[in-house]
Design a protein around this ligand. Sequence first.
Ligand SMILES: Nc1ncnc2c1ncn2[C@@H]1O[C@H](COP(=O)(O)OP(=O)(O)OP(=O)(O)O)[C@@H](O)[C@H]1O
Length: 304
Amino acid sequence: MLAIQTKELRKSYGPHEVVRGISLRVNQGEIFGFLGRNGAGKTTFINMLTGIVRPSGGEFSILGTPRGQLDRVKRHIGVLPDYTEFYGNDTALEHLRYFSGVKGLKVSKRECLDVLDKVGLSQAAYVKTKKFSFGMKKKLGVAQAILGQPGLIFLDEPTSGMDPESALEMQQLIRTLADKRQTIFMTSHNLHEVEKLCTRIAIMKRGNITGLGTIEELQRTFQPGMQVTVKLAARSEELYGKAREALQQQGVCRIQSWDERHLTAEIGEEADIAAVIRVLCSHEVDMFSVQTARLSLEDIFMLD
Ligand SMILES: Nc1ncnc2c1ncn2[C@@H]1O[C@H](COP(=O)(O)OP(=O)(O)OP(=O)(O)O)[C@@H](O)[C@H]1O
């Protein structure tokens, strides 16, 4: 069973098509990263899947249940929305107990306290939420989303506004949830976090998915080859001229840029590094180091 399946899902506001026919499959237990610039359509897409926004076209199913029967699985879906506001005179614990009642979850006080502990709010269980900082509200939002161990959890920017330590703890919590086969569908503008956490990533641009896959698959899609940077043993015009000439003559790589000491070239695959090193050695080019690099998620995200 898939956690999420969408087919040609679309949404328009008047003449403005915000989500343009997205087909996506998310497996159970994945930490799926959903990226896009501000206004790309991420929240609208999530809001359709959680029943907040009515699609203009297309189909989807959640945990094997089609869109028309979403009420049947709502208890198994957790959501951290893109805004987190609470009734200020309630404590964190009161809020969770009230929320679990509204959602029809059978959750004990002990479980609510456990969840508050997991998000790092154990000290604030009996504190009124009007005294909460932005980061604490975000944590309470996550607590609400994971209450009752839902099979699918939507997290809209789960760590934004958190201090670095809290963000790391939240990332660890997300991993723990996925280890228990709970599916996470998350947005984040922290690309480093996404690169570290997510099993697969979709990049959304102007309502379309322009990239989809693991980080390695995205790298291969957007840069079929690899980049190799040779740092020469010394800053020397002669050495660098020799290196350039040797590599160009042998055609083992395509030189992209160079300065007085570094020479950066594109190679077809990792195994071609050996050929580059062989050519340079046979032409007596002394090297300090040879490094390969692939595009980072940030590089890929910035591509238009
Ligand atoms: N209710 C609405 N009525 C009209 N336009 C809307 C509505 N909701 C969203 N939009 C428009 O849809 C587009 C996508 O918005 P959405 O909030 O889905 O983007 P996003 O990718 O989540 O952005 P962000 O990263 O800033 O949260 C925007 O141009 C927005 O103005």
